[in-house]
Design a protein around this ligand. Structure first.
Ligand code: PMP
Ligand code: GLU
Length: 399
């Protein structure tokens, strides 16, 4: 069967695929430790659920404007304005069905055939696919391993061609957990401004930051002065990771109002508005800020404790596997090529061998642009993490 050129190069999401496989094996009775998909294991905070239930009972179950409920756009713009220290226009906000859709809207509107989009690598598996869906060309740019893959303007400059139109990255990073400092961000964003390149800054993990001891969120492009940013930038964020709301499908973008109109227009034909009960839930999360801050603090403290646990266990039990020390998000990106052999020549084989041998589900680094590595999500209970790492160490010892 032939399909269109639109999908000729598209592969299904590897993170989603491994997680679906792990669920299927578990349903078949296998003893599975699922450390694949990046999804907080916490329940959505109760006050957010209550707001959604009350909203449903009050009839907030109809279409909203495609770019979102005005009161939600206003609440998001208020939070972003406080961060930026200047007034941001609610019309720059487009509320989306998950951050994924915000990324799709932005890439589809800003790039097309012949355009090249630089992608900070290792990258989240959907970035190159989303760029490809826009018929543009993804260009992964890898920072040096010594700098935990964090990019410098020189790295971007080496990859620049006359066709470079965009730069897409996440900080904190999925899959490495790397976090840019404000000064590093400034360098990257000013490089993009100076070369007329659109920046898409994915800040979905911003609050899950361990870079300082006070639980301060990671640096945001909105912490930078307007003069550094110019006009060509899109900030992407959402409720999935920060508020344990992955299934609600609620994200947003913020950008220049003229660009936001284009993003909203695309969405108006693709999915209309994000689910209205989810928007009501997000309104509670973004307005009841004290309750939200309390829940976020508890979850971030747990992620931090687990980061410390998994890195300690790796140091003790898997000393041959080096890793990027995670400073944010909830992933450990570790290097496994020391265990490669004729039977296990790459990260995909490594992960399928581990799954078969031990029941531990991990995502191969090839899905993130580095085949020497494997990604573990540590958004799981301490006992599950410990069990998973013990199984890995046991299998390697038997190998
Ligand atoms: N960006 C990154 C870096 C992610 O890891 C994810 C994970 N799902 C997303 C965006 C998409 O988030 P959402 O579930 O809100 O679509
Ligand atoms: N972003 C998470 C991950 O990387 C969830 C799955 C997905 O959307 O890719 O595992």
């Amino acid at each position: 069967m032939a399909f269109s050129q639109n999908v000729a190069k598209i592969k299904p999401s590897a993170t989603m695929a491994v997680s679906a496989l792990a669920k299927r094996l578990r349903a078949e009775g296998r003893d599975i430790v699922d450390l694949s998909a990046g999804e907080p294991d916490f329940d959505t905070p109760g006050f957010i659920c209550d707001a959604a239930i009350e909203g449903i009972r009050k009839g907030k179950t109809r279409y909203t404007p495609p770019a979102g409920m005005p009161e939600l756009k206003k609440a998001i713009a208020k939070i972003l304005s406080e961060r930026a220290g200047r007034e941001l226009d609610p019309e720059g906000v487009v509320v989306t069905s998950g951050a994924k859709q915000a990324l799709f809207n932005a890439n589809f509107c800003l790039f097309g055939l012949g355009d090249e989009v630089l992608i900070g690598s290792p990258y989240w598996t959907s970035y190159p696919e989303i760029v490809t869906l826009a018929r543009a060309t993804p260009v992964p740019v890898k920072g040096s391993e010594e700098r935990d893959f964090r990019l410098t303007p020189d790295d971007l400059e080496r990859a620049r061609t006359p066709n470079t139109k965009g730069f897409l990255f996440s900080s904190p990073s999925n899959p490495t957990g790397g976090v840019y400092t404000k000064a590093e961000l400034k360098g990257l964003v000013e490089w993009a401004r100076d070369h007329d390149v659109w920046v898409i800054a994915d800040e979905i993990y911003r609050v899950i930051n361990f870079s300082d001891d006070n639980g301060t969120p990671a640096a945001s492009i909105l912490d930078l002065p307007e003069s550094s940013l110019g006009k060509k930038w899109v900030l992407v964020d959402g409720a999935s990771k920060a508020f344990a709301m992955t299934g609600w499908r609620l994200g947003f973008s913020y950008c220049d109002v003229a660009a936001a109109k284009e993003l909203g227009a695309v969405q108006s034909h693709v999915s209309s508005n994000a689910s209205s009960p989810s928007q009501v839930a997000a309104l509670a999360a973004y307005t009841e800020t004290e309750k939200t801050a309390k829940s976020v603090k508890e979850m971030v403290a747990a992620f931090r404790r687990r980061r410390d646990l998994v890195t300690r266990l790796f140091d003790e039990m898997l000393p041959d596997f080096t890793y990027v020390k995670p400073m944010g998000a909830f992933y450990l990106f570790f290097r496994v090529d020391s265990a490669f052999s004729d039977e296990i020549p790459d990260s995909t084989k490594f992960c399928s061998w581990m799954l078969n041998e031990t029941g531990v589900a991990l995502v191969p680094g090839s899905a993130f642009g580095d085949d020497r590595y494997v990604r573990m999500s540590y958004a799981a209970a301490d006992a599950v993490l410990e069990d998973g790492i013990r199984r890995l160490a046991g299998a390697l010892a038997r190998k």
